[in-house]
Design a protein around this ligand. Structure first.
Ligand SMILES: [Zn+2]
Length: 460
């Protein structure tokens, strides 16, 4: 075990936190503890846990989804403390509360009847959220930060009561947002904890000045996941005098007919913020690892698949020395770039390298990453074959209407389909067996959303 980097506050080092989104495909509790060692060894000094419904909340009875028991959470947090990792709870307090509002017993809190976000005009919501914040703080004695989310409140003022409030407010809709968030932020500050929120609700130029009405201790986290262009946090937000931190993305939205995202783009996004940290311009960066775009959208995959980027993000780009990182461009080319297939000769050196790196590695997560990348290559080949077969069937049907039916060609097509189906099932069996061995959650859903989808397309 390498010594951990010292705590951000004690050494005034910038906060170099990783965000673990627990919406889906979470490791077993035992592996989560090993991840804390991996993340501390990589160079992180804090973990932002986006809990959702993976804790059995007293504040929200009967919402707990298969996650970790209180004892398991205690063991995970204990390992964080042993490794000098700041624990930063992230709970959403306005938008992105799909996991809560999906339940009928909390439907009365929905904004405009939709499940995305709460209605800030509901008479009981403020007290419910304050009680929840108290529960979170009680669960984490001594924490210094709590993240209250607050991003992407797309339905803001979606009900009549909120619309009336916005109409009467000089700041309009953002005034209603401020009236909701400010008491929650103040409550956190009164408890001796520093709050963070995502900054995107203040991105529009005409709203930026209103960020100055937030309590001065509030840290605004300006998340920017692009890999070209943006090189600094929003200057309009900096002008408000509130601390502005950045967030990048190790893993975020990608083509969900794949099982791995393009990796170089993510590395470039991380580089943008590495450069900013190197200039001393930033007091903190949160490296996000989204597991879905929102609670109800398709799963991205296991943390292991993104291990080289997790290390690369932590170490300001020095993670480039790790053996798998050298192959990210070849992976991108094979999965996305030039239409290569896993069985192509061109991909063989890559698959051999993955075999070799996996066999030589003493790190379980690295071995798993090699396996996952290899399965991702096979999946991409099957996906291309299914899409090609579907388009081929349609094209043949068109040709038939202009010419005539050729039984020989139809038979070839049927045989090709049957072979692809056989390979698809074999892939699913091997991959889902691994997923079970690794004890990652939500496997059934993941495979239904990938091989299951291809199977449906091919057999409909
Ligand atoms: Zn409302």
């Amino acid at each position: 075990m390498k010594p951990s980097k010292k705590n951000a506050i004690q050494t005034s080092e910038p906060a170099n936190w990783i965000h673990l989104d627990l919406k889906g495909a979470i490791p077993s509790a035992k592996d989560m503890i090993c991840w804390m060692d991996e993340l501390a060894d990589s160079g992180y000094n804090g973990i932002v846990f986006e809990y959702e419904d993976r804790i059995d909340w007293q504040s929200w009875p009967r919402t707990f989804r298969a996650g970790y028991s209180n004892e398991e959470w205690s063991a995970i947090w204990k390992r964080c403390r042993e490794r000098d990792l700041d624990i930063v709870p992230l709970i959403q307090t306005m938008g992105h509360l799909e996991w809560l509002l999906r339940h009928d017993r909390y439907a009365h809190f929905r904004e405009g009847g939709l499940v995305d976000e709460i209605c800030p005009s509901h008479p009981d919501i403020k007290q419910a959220l304050i009680s929840w914040i108290d529960e979170v703080i009680a669960l984490h004695p001594g924490i210094r930060h709590i993240h209250l989310g607050g991003d992407e409140v797309w339905q803001l003022c979606g009900c009549g009561a909120c619309r009336n409030r916005a109409a009467a407010h000089s700041a309009g809709k953002i005034g209603v947002y401020l009236e909701h968030m400010t008491p929650l932020l103040r409550h956190v500050i009164e408890k001796g904890v520093t709050p963070l929120i995502w900054a995107d609700m203040f991105w529009p130029q005409d709203r930026q000045k209103f960020a100055a009405e937030l309590p001065p201790e509030t840290i605004l986290v300006d998340w920017q996941y692009g890999w070209l262009g943006a090189t600094e946090v929003n200057p309009g937000l900096v002008k408000t005098g509130r601390p502005v931190w950045a967030a990048d993305a190790i893993r975020c939205a990608f083509d969900l007919t794949q099982t791995l995202s393009p990796l170089r783009q993510r590395a470039q996004n991380l580089d943008i913020w590495h450069r900013q940290v190197a200039t001393g311009a930033l007091a903190g960066v949160i490296h996000t690892t989204w597991s879905r775009s929102s609670s109800f959208r398709p799963l991205y995959g296991t943390f292991e698949g993104w291990l080289p980027l997790i290390r690369y993000a932590a170490d300001g780009g020095q993670g480039a020395e790790q053996p798998l990182f050298a192959w990210i461009d070849r992976m991108d080319a094979a999965l996305y770039g030039r239409g290569l297939l896993a069985e192509d000769e061109d991909v063989k050196p890559l698959r051999d390298a993955l075999d070799e790196i996996g066999a030589a590695s003493g790190n379980e997560f690295e071995r798993r990453c090699c396996r996952w990348w290899d399965l991702a290559l096979e999946y991409a080949a099957l996906r291309n074959r299914v899409f090609g077969a579907l388009a081929g069937c349609k094209a043949l049907a068109v040709a038939e209407t202009y010419t005539a039916r050729d039984a020989h060609v139809l038979n070839m097509q049927r045989r090709g389909k049957a072979e692809t189906l056989r390979q698809l099932l074999a892939w699913q069996e091997r991959s889902s067996a691994l997923w079970r061995t690794w004890a990652v959650s939500d496997g059934e859903e993941f495979f239904e959303s990938r091989s299951g989808v291809l199977f449906d397309l091919l057999t409909r």
